[in-house]
Ligand binder design. Sequence first.
Ligand code: SF4
Length: 174
Amino acid sequence: MDNARAGFIIFRWFSFYIIHCSLSIKMPILNNRLTAEQYEQNFSDIHPPFDSREAALVEANRCLFCYDAPCTKSCPTSINIPKFIKQITTDNVKGSAYTILDANIMGGGCSKVCPVEKLCEGSCVFNLLEEPPIPIAKLQRYSTEKAITHKWPLFQRKPSTGRRVAVVVLVRRD
Ligand code: SF4
């Protein structure tokens, strides 16, 4: 290796080292902190829960249980939405939670953060009637939260395959 090339490599490593050090220096928390109200607003629920069982039943009973339901077609996980809503109307909340989680094991979390106005609720037929769509996310949350709170054993754990999965989390420090 000639001297010019060796010098170039040393220069590059030195540059990386300087950049790495400068990124590692903890920056002080400056002004621009959010106010308590802004935190409250930014971290509040997108789809807050129903106030009561009756409120959930009123909304569930508005559903038309469409054949070839457009809401299900719009769901990336193809949850059978009319089915789980129907199960809520008959107070079969456990069955409803099963229907949701069988299609999407993350159904509880999705009910809180999914952009439903662009997906299932956005395609609900009530939009065509210029009426509020069925609050599918809130109904999904209603069922899945009950299942989680009561620790209903909806699924059986399969025997171990002996394999392991590693989860790597990268934390960025600014
Ligand atoms: S499109 Fe709306 S009314 Fe029809 S099944 Fe889905 S949620 Fe119910």
